[in-house]
Design a protein around this ligand. Structure first.
Ligand code: URA
Length: 262
């Protein structure tokens, strides 16, 4: 057992400490300040190693990778109507085309129509008006429809694969088509037409997974669970009037199909 200091010895020790300059007591136990200093130096060295040195670039900050197709599928998952689908498209931030477009081009025509036409992407006039097929190609499309007693005012619904105009009307890129496809499939499911008409190569690529409209046109296929008829794009017909014969044959085929459904 430790014996207590004798009073005179304790007093002598205290006097000695005061003589050495001690004027304050801080704690009961001794503190090793050399150990503190060593730990502080170690922390400073670690912090210094993390700072990029001159000529060294900072390590990239890892961003979580976004999968736009998965995001599109999530965006349409709970959508129950065309208004909600339009709002989901409007709020979709992952397609760069949106930044360069003036308007979202969603659709035109009668949502309860038996026939739904799917074009490629808006051009300048469509971007300005926010409606599909209102430029020169659209005017020809209206004439083609009228030739078999169809009209967007009475019995046809029209949309595009892409709702935003690509810059300088360039072809849509495969990743742009892929991220818009969940929206298009939902669009077709909500309208639930008896027949889909697939206009042009880009739309064939999106809905049938293949191009080659010259071979595909006039041949019935299936798109998003509906009977689908690929046709030449009216813009192509404006450049190649000789192809109007084939387009007329396809229109007659469409009319026959629609009559069989009534
Ligand atoms: N071409 C298309 O494919 N869609 C439009 O809306 C206009 C031109």
């Amino acid at each position: 057992m430790e014996s207590a200091l004798e009073w005179h010895t304790a007093k002598a020790l205290l006097d000695w400490q005061i003589e050495m300059g001690v004027d304050e007591t801080i704690s009961d136990g001794p503190v090793d300040r050399f150990a503190f200093e060593a730990a502080a130096k170690e922390r400073a060295a670690e912090a210094q190693a993390a700072v990029p040195q001159r000529g060294q670039t900072a390590p990239p900050v890892k961003q979580p990778k976004i999968d736009p197709i998965a995001e599109a599928e999530k965006a349409v998952a709970g959508v129950k109507g065309l208004g909600a689908l339009r709002a989901a498209l409007d709020g979709f931030p992952h397609c760069d085309l949106k930044r360069g477009a003036r308007n979202l081009v969603f659709s035109d025509g009668v949502p309860t129509a038996k026939v739904m036409f799917v074009g490629e992407a808006p051009g300048r006039d469509e971007d300005l008006q926010g409606k599909p097929f209102v430029g020169r190609a659209g005017q020809l499309l209206d004439k083609m429809l009228a030739a078999i007693d169809l009209s967007r005012h009475d019995n046809v619904y029209i949309t595009n694969v892409l709702p935003w105009r690509p810059p300088q009307n360039r072809d849509p890129k495969p990743d742009e088509i892929a991220m818009m496809l969940p929206f298009l499939k939902k669009h077709i499911a909500l309208v639930n037409p008896d027949v889909v008409v697939i206009i042009g190569n880009i739309s064939c690529q999106a809905l049938l997974g293949k191009r080659g409209i010259t071979r595909l046109r006039g041949q019935w296929a299936e798109a998003a669970g509906c009977p689908a008829l690929p046709m030449f794009h009216p813009a192509y017909l404006l450049r190649n009037p000789a192809a109007k014969r084939d387009a007329w044959a396809d229109l007659l085929e469409l009319r026959t199909k629609l009559e069989a459904l009534t």
